[in-house]
Design a protein around this ligand. Sequence first.
Ligand SMILES: O=C[C@H](O)COP(=O)(O)O
Length: 253
Amino acid sequence: MASRPFIVGNWKMNGTRAMLSEARAIDRAAQRHMKVEVAIAPPYTLIHAVHREVEQIGVGAQDCHPGDEGAFTGDISAPMLADAGAKFVIVGHSERRQGHAESNDLVREKAQSALDAGMQVIMCCGEDAKTREAGEAASFVTKQLKSSLPELDNAGDILTVAYEPIWAIGTGNSATPDDIAEMHAEIRKLLVKLYGEEQGTGVRILYGGSVNPENAREILSTQEVGGALVGGASLTADSFFGIALAAGDAPEA
Ligand SMILES: O=C[C@H](O)COP(=O)(O)O
């Protein structure tokens, strides 16, 4: 089982070169707090620049096309991302699944493409409010995940799962520790079933959805939470590192 908590900032469609100073500040803080693994996924336009500026943190992408190259105007392939310095790709984020009508099959192809290009994958999953209210959150998420995950021999080394209930994203309304623990236990069961005991328990399961420096400690000490996928609060080094500090017992910066 990977031991260090993994704190990933998803900058979404935010950031110009002016944000490179935040990336540098996050990197400096990460160099002082090695008990936590820190990464950011800036927009495509900043991946190479961030990669060149940082030493300690991981740099990844927020999506990729499933193909390697071709006539796909506006798309970016996994090999291009790897070439730009990306070490991982987030796939299946609800903002892609909903806003771009991405199916589980497409998400799985994207994940495979990222892995083929030598990168790791952060696979997102999560239910909407209606599904949770209907009491179907666990069955929805496990089905979504099962259909989105590629076949793997070494899942523990190259795969991270991020549980992000859609109703918690950007709302200030994070899921309760009990709800998170319950869902992560279901996800862990599925991972062990798909990849076997050793590899399945090695996959880190992140929680995402309104994580901030104030609620991070409670969320990150919840059973089976291996880290956080952070949106809004990852946009400044101060708030993002407040979360990273809560993830470990590192001294204050
Ligand atoms: O990828 C990150 C998640 O969508 C969470 O976003 P948030 O922290 O702004 O709620």
